[in-house]
Unconditional design. Structure first.
Lengths: 390, 298
């Protein structure tokens, strides 16, 4: 089943999009996302993909035109990064509030100033409350597979939420790996064409994205919240169905890696989960009881899961490639909030990888050492910058 | 494309809106829909049109309709047109955008420029009431010299808006070499509707910039909307023109302009202006017409 190719994660994601057969792609360049939409242009140019390709004049228009396409009932794709994502921010809330299942990729990159083209999660985390589902991938293979799963999730009639698939800039987008590319026929069986009644239709004229005042606004937001709750179940179900069909699973919203008897556990997101996985194996070989929780879905956030592991480990570390200035790392706040009220576990937040600074295996060992200290009753600063110069 | 009023359909596709009495923006939309008919997909940004027609659970628009973000009319409409084509909709569907002057010449200009450069198959109608009326009469790039607005109030140190010219959407869009651009006025409905009909028949990006007097923002009584619009054209402060196949054309060239003073004095927004200001405005008008005549000769 499928073919194998040596691909960057951007190229792998582009294959995922190709296999999902969007009717329209709205593209605007920004590093490190550009090679993704370039690859899609190649697919169209050489006849592998039958899509209209809109070369818009800005990211704002990329998301606005994606909204227009989606309102016509057509499957659509767009992608961005960093400042581009911030520039399209206004349209993200239009798309999500009106419940149009736009799927986008974000090649995660830091945000200016200082100007920095390298990877961290500050762009996507700034869109935390945009109403987009946010999934983070660990590898090129996961990027391809998640892209297909993202359409299935977004277009589920009980969900109807836009989805942002996050790939770490450069660390994933520009590094190559052997990737399995599924066959189109199999993907077509997994992902049928998009059908919706919520579209612009002469037989059923309606207002889309209309103004809603105080009398009904809250109810719309409640429906959005309910859709996110449904998405929690669907992410796992869709992943399980995908695994059955394609033989690869990403464990739904999160993955517990070697956590059964672990004493110190790190929460990692995106490509950092890959490095942490290796460090866990190495430290385990030395006899240390460490594990990892890979956070795949940031929104919806698996808060019930984090509440359930409260007190389970001697120490729990959370890695963040973003900061909520004036507070802690973005994910750390959510993990702590999820555990509030029944937290017997000592906790620490590790902010790392900002502006593309490499998060090395040594740094992850350092995090586990901090957790060891906490487990041993020693005191540590709760929020720590890892890999800082001074 | 001659429009014969008695042959127009009785059916109204925009009615029941909550606009001010004498609102020419809604009149422009209504006249447009008389020409375009039901096979129209409509989009508008946050503006008077949206606020008075499309507030849940009511709608005064009887075709599929979208309210998009302020800067995003042309880009959303582009997506609708491309999406419609991708979904195999009929060729004769009109993708119509209706937006105000602020949403067009200011915040929406980049998206409109992009759509025009790609020559998307859209009809974009800018109703020009010469300020941000929906937010309460703030100056836009289309506000004329001397107009008192809430952000350019007239006072002992202020003559009101100090624009020496209205940003020329007509010339900006002509620089994009789209198939069709026109200026129009709701006070000349036959001319306006014929331009809408002409635009409907063409593929690609079509733009109509229609002057739409606003009794609330301009300060005159609602029943005078048609009269005020005519006065603007007769005194040369607005013009009826077309750009088609690379050529400019003036549809109406008054032999002699009526005095601007009569037009300006009929509106509260200009009531502080004096003789010297009228002269100054006539100077701006004459320079504009000189430009227009040069364009026509090109």
């Amino acid at each position: 089943m499928g073919t194998k190719a040596f691909l960057s994660a951007n190229e792998a994601a582009a294959h995922g999009v190709r296999l999902a057969r969007p009717k329209v792609i709205s593209a605007y360049p920004i590093t490190p996302q550009t090679t993704l939409v370039e690859k899609l242009a190649d697919f169209i140019a050489d006849g592998q993909l039958d899509s209209k390709y809109m070369m818009v004049e800005s990211e704002h228009s990329a998301m606005a035109s994606a909204l227009g396409v989606s309102m016509m009932g057509a499957r659509v794709f767009t992608a961005s990064s960093s400042q581009g994502l911030l520039y399209m921010c206004e349209m993200l809330s239009y798309v999500s509030g009106a419940r149009h299942p736009v799927v986008m990729a974000d090649a995660n990159r830091s945000t200016a100033t200082p100007w920095n083209i390298y990877g961290d999660h500050r762009d996507a985390m700034a869109m935390r409350d945009s109403g987009f589902v946010q999934l983070y991938v660990e590898s090129g293979q996961e990027a391809l597979d998640t892209m297909i799963q993202a359409y299935k999730l977004a277009e589920d009639p009980q969900v109807m939420l836009p989805v942002m698939v996050n790939l770490d800039g450069f660390t994933l987008t520009h590094t190559y790996d052997l990737v399995d590319i599924p066959d189109q026929d199999d993907v077509d069986r997994f992902l049928p064409p998009f059908q919706t009644k919520m579209k612009l239709d002469f037989d059923n004229p309606q207002v889309l994205c209309g103004t809603i005042g105080p009398a009904f606004h809250t109810e719309g937001r409640i429906q959005q919240c309910e859709a996110f709750e449904v998405a929690k179940k669907k992410i796992a179900e869709i992943d399980a169905e995908y695994a059955k069909m394609f033989g690869r699973s990403y464990h739904g919203m999160y993955e517990e890696y070697k956590c059964e008897d672990a004493e110190q556990v790190l929460v990692a997101t995106g490509s950092l989960a890959g490095t942490t996985r290796v460090v866990v194996d190495e430290l385990r070989a030395e006899g240390r009881k460490v594990g990892m929780i890979k956070l795949r879905s940031f929104r919806p956030f698996p808060k019930e899961f984090f509440a359930s592991i409260s007190g389970k480990y001697k120490a729990l570390g959370v890695t963040d490639k973003s900061i909520s200035f004036g507070f802690d790392g973005t994910i750390y706040g959510d993990v702590k909030a999820s555990m509030y009220g029944n937290c017997g576990t000592k906790m620490a937040n590790f902010i790392c990888g900002l502006g593309g600074r490499d998060v090395s295996k040594d740094m992850i060992v350092e995090m586990f050492d901090v957790l060891q200290n906490l487990s041993d009753g020693k005191s540590e600063d709760e929020v720590q910058f890892i890999g800082k110069r001074w | 494309m001659a429009i014969v009023f008695k042959d127009l359909p009785d059916e109204e596709l925009i009615y029941g809106q909550k606009s001010c009495q004498g609102c020419a923006a809604l009149l422009a939309a209504r006249l447009t829909m008389k020409v375009l008919g039901k096979k129209t997909m409509l989009a508008c940004p946050a503006c008077c049109f949206a606020a008075t027609t499309s507030v849940y659970p009511e709608s005064a628009v009887f075709v599929p309709n979208v309210v998009t973000a302020f800067p995003a009319l042309a880009s959303t409409l582009s997506g609708m047109a491309v999406g419609g084509e991708a979904m195999g909709l009929d060729d004769d569907v009109t993708y119509l955008g209706i937006g105000g002057d602020g949403g067009t010449v200011d915040i929406g200009l980049q998206a409109l420029s992009g759509a025009a450069e790609r020559n998307e198959n859209i009809l974009y109608i800018c109703y020009d009431n010469e300020a941000y009326m929906n937010t309460g009469v703030q100056r836009s790039g289309a506000t004329p010299y001397g107009a008192s607005t809430t952000t350019t109030p007239a006072g002992i140190c202020s003559k009101g808006c100090d624009n020496t010219f209205k940003k020329s959407l007509f010339e900006i869009m002509a620089a994009h070499r789209v198939p069709y651009i026109a200026t129009a006025s709701t006070s000349y409905p036959k001319d306006f509707m014929e331009k809408v009909a002409k635009a409907k028949a063409k593929k690609g990006t079509k733009i109509i910039h229609v002057m739409a007097p606003c009794p609330t923002g301009w300060g005159y009584s609602g029943e005078k909307t048609i009269e005020i619009g005519k006065m603007a054209v007769e005194c040369g402060l607005w013009y009826l023109a077309e750009y088609e196949d690379g050529k400019y054309k003036l549809n109406m060239e008054p032999k002699e302009f009526k005095p601007v003073e009569t037009y300006l004095k009929a509106q509260k927004r200009f009531k502080h202006l004096k003789e010297e200001d009228f002269k100054r405005i006539e100077g701006y008008r004459d320079a504009d017409w000189e430009r227009l005549r040069r364009l026509v000769q090109m």
